[in-house]
Design a binder for this molecule. Structure first.
Ligand code: FPP
Length: 242
């Protein structure tokens, strides 16, 4: 692995299918997925990845059956509480991004507590996308922009640039993902970081999320190392700038 990406993001997919194959309830798949979160976090920290982000719950996931939603939320509270000391001992900064107003007061309290506790950690930053969608993010950025123009904070005649717009997104202080991994054989972005993934390299694997381990992560990084990122430029331009 010659090139280590600064930011790796993962769409953790396939928990339900993993459980169904075993005749288990879908929630058992999510529980098994927590072990994969642990393995991926360890791998990222061991390999000097700066940011590991995980798509844990989308805006669309609110449409799932009530018991699956509450089970998942409970699981996440449990995992966050249970893993706090491991995160602190490993100098990991913990962040949550998404429409937090839709989360329960209890979950928000836990999130705020560990975000605060881990805010000066300088190792890996772990970002959980919770109640998040790419379209929501773009819309909330536009809403903020409009009200800043209305209040005079941004002059009416100032041209809006991509760089300025990026600062209004919920990911403002997080670099765009270099590599996006999606498990379980699905090959789509599912309303995830739409703006931020404009030049992201995608890696799809058939492995179901609960089976995803360090070796699978390593394979994704090896594939990434072989990719040539040109950002719209020619190969010659890229070679001459090295
Ligand atoms: C997608 O599989 C997975 C989810 C919607 C939830 C992922 C969440 C976890 C693994 C818990 C994470 C915990 C922390 C602390 C981040 P799916 O249910 O869509 O699977 P299917 O497509 O096979 O039905």
């Amino acid at each position: 692995m010659s090139k280590i990406p600064r930011h790796v993001s993962i769409i953790m997919d396939g928990n339900g299918r993993w459980a169904k194959k075993r005749g288990l309830d879908r929630l058992e798949g999510h529980k098994a997925g927590v072990e994969s979160v642990r393995a991926a976090t360890e791998f990222a920290a061991e390999n000097g990845i700066g940011f590991l982000s995980l798509f844990a719950f989308s805006e669309e996931n609110w449409l799932r059956p009530e018991n699956e939603i509450s089970g998942l939320m409970e699981l996440m509270v449990g995992a966050i509480i249970g893993e706090t000391s491991t995160l602190m001992n490993n100098n990991i900064r913990f962040r949550v991004i998404g429409e937090k107003s839709r989360l329960s007061a209890g979950l928000n309290e836990r999130i705020e507590e560990i975000e605060r506790k881990s805010s000066s950690n300088t190792g890996l930053t772990m970002v959980i996308f919770l109640s998040y969608s790419g379209k929501w993010d773009i819309l909330q950025a536009i809403t903020r922009y409009t009200s800043m123009v209305k209040s005079g904070e941004i002059p009416q005649n100032e041209t809006l640039t991509a760089e300025k717009f990026s600062t209004l997104l919920s990911t403002t202080d997080i670099p765009d993902p270099d590599l996006l991994i999606r498990t379980s054989g699905e090959q789509r972005i599912s309303n995830y970081m739409l703006w931020q993934s404009a030049y992201t390299e995608f890696y799809f694997t058939d492995v179901l999320w609960p089976d995803f381990r360090k070796n699978d992560f390593r394979k994704a990084l090896e594939t990434y190392s072989e990719r040539e990122r040109r950002y719209g430029k020619t190969r010659d331009q890229i070679n001459n700038s090295i």
